[in-house]
Design a protein around this ligand. Structure first.
Ligand code: YXS
Length: 259
């Protein structure tokens, strides 16, 4: 059984994350099903895709499946890892992908919704960026996906404290486009999708890709890239990386010693 539910309404595709027992944690299987659903919708030349969780969800997605994180000594988010593949599939989808958020969004799922073209959130939803909770060596591309769409100070507060921000705060800081009462959110998002679906799709596809390429343009020298990769290796080889995951599994607070 697929871990996503797909639906098509006119020119709009709807992908619902559907792994409630794991709080829609982004395991390899769910990411593969998400990519397959996006590929089907690309073939159908749909003009807009909505990514959502089931109505009434308390957790939109609990983020990367922690049980699938390497237990140290391996890059946890390298190019072909599931989260990276899923995010590239959204960013390269030819028409707008809209995140319709209800519930709490955690870690890699925060990057996933930030990689969507727009975010509409229900009142009461929250967003958290959690590598510092687990000692994760988040990757350069992932961080770059976060810093382009809202203030650096806000992203630094989210990463350094790992504390959730409210939908209202996310609206104020440009993380989300709009918030609405949960009961009205679907109508708000469907109206946006319907507006997009009658516009010129070729222009939209071109400008979405122009914006992606321009937004990702960043003069990072090879030396700088290698230096950051070395710093990441120190983190993912660290005792702290192992301690973060062990503490989560053992349901206790982690004790990080900085080595
Ligand atoms: O004890 P059981 O077996 O029932 O399992 C529990 C949790 O262990 C499990 N679960 C997860 N399993 C794998 N990966 C996850 N991300 C994950 N989150 C939860 O689901 C079962 C029910 O969880 P429980 O009892 O805690 O539910 P709750 O309603 O009390 O609390 C819901 C949450 C989401 C607030 C809580 O589960 C939670 O804080 N989850 C972890 C959220 C998080 O830190 N996600 C980041 C994952 S790592 C990631 O995305 C990036 C790599 S990074 O860390 O760099 O940002």
């Amino acid at each position: 059984m697929s871990l996503v539910i797909t639906e098509i309404k006119s020119f709009t595709g709807i992908i619902t994350l559907n792994n409630p027992s794991k709080l829609n944690a982004l395991c390899k299987e769910l990411i593969n099903d998400l990519i397959a659903a996006l590929n089907q919708m690309k073939e159908r030349q749909l003009r807009c895709v909505i990514l959502r969780a089931p109505a009434g969800s308390k957790v939109f997605s609990a983020g990367h499946d922690i049980s699938e994180l390497p237990k140290g000594s391996r890059d946890p988010l390298s190019y072909e890892d599931p989260l990276r593949r899923g995010i590239r599939a959204i960013q390269s989808f030819p028409t707008p992908v809209i995140a319709m958020v209800e519930g709490s969004v955690w870690g890699g799922a925060f990057e996933l919704v930030m990689s969507c073209d727009m975010i509409y959130a229900a009142e009461g939803s929250t967003f958290a960026m959690t590598p510092a909770n687990l000692g994760v060596a988040y990757d350069i591309v992932g961080i770059h996906n976060l810093i382009r769409d809202c203030s650096l100070h806000v992203i630094k507060e989210m990463v350094f404290t790992a504390r959730s921000v409210s939908a209202e705060r996310a609206l104020q800081t440009g993380i989300v486009n709009r918030i609405a009462p949960a009961a009205e959110l679907e109508a708000v998002v469907m109206e946006i999708a319907e507006l997009i679906s009658v516009k010129a799709p070729l222009s939209i596809t071109l400008i979405k890709e122009e914006l992606r390429v321009l937004n990702e343009a960043n003069p990072l020298t090879p030396d700088e890239f290698e230096r950051l990769q070395y710093m990441r290796r120190v983190v993912y080889d660290s005792d702290d990386a192992k301690e973060g995951i062990a503490a989560f599994v053992e349901k206790r607070k982690p004790v990080f010693n900085g080595r």
